[in-house]
Design a protein around this ligand. Structure first.
Ligand SMILES: [Ca+2]
Length: 171
């Protein structure tokens, strides 16, 4: 008799309203947004972000931010990632624990990768944007933090609504 492999998982879902001033104090922010949402090895993490905000100069349509790097005079937390985008990490250190999508991050309008746009990493390590997914590895477990990759942050207004799901596999 043939055996059938069945994958069983449960879903934990939570929604966060993240202030567009979220980010390190040294960038004018009110602090990183601490979700208190934990992930462990082999969980699948799925993030969807909705809404835009005002960055002090112009409206940012959505969490993908602007398709380019920031003005060198206003370097955000992750200068090689799209400015005004939603960024994330597991743990509060973005330098060591920035989230990396396991899909091919592409420009939301043109479909080009960061490399094709001449900015390797533009949609890479740390970039969450409007849509993100990853299977958690043993080296990245803990709490999820968010920030907006803008500088300064203190002239921003508005919130982004972020739905975070984890799929917990039980075999
Ligand atoms: Ca700003």
């Amino acid at each position: 008799m043939d055996s059938v492999k069945v994958t069983v998982y449960s879903i934990v879902e939570q929604t966060f309203v993240v202030d567009s001033r979220s980010g390190l104090n040294s960038f004018g922010g009110i602090g990183l947004y601490d979700t208190e949402f934990h992930v462990k090895e082999s969980d699948s993490l799925i993030i969807e972000a909705n809404g835009g905000f005002y960055n002090g100069i112009s409206n940012v349509q959505d969490a993908n931010g602007f398709p380019g790097l920031a003005d060198p005079n206003f370097q955000p937390m992750l200068p090689n990632i799209a400015s005004n985008s939603l960024i994330g990490s597991i743990g509060s250190s973005f330098s060591g624990n920035a989230l990396l999508d396991d899909g091919l991050d592409i420009h939301p309008v043109t479909g080009q990768t960061g490399s094709e746009l001449g900015h390797p990493g533009l949609y890479g390590l740390g970039f969450v944007g409007t849509s993100f997914s990853v299977r958690i590895s043993s080296t990245s477990v803990g709490k999820i933090y968010f920030a907006i990759n803008d500088s300064p942050l203190d002239d921003n207004s508005g919130n982004i609504t972020i739905k975070v799901q984890k799929l917990i596999f039980t075999e």
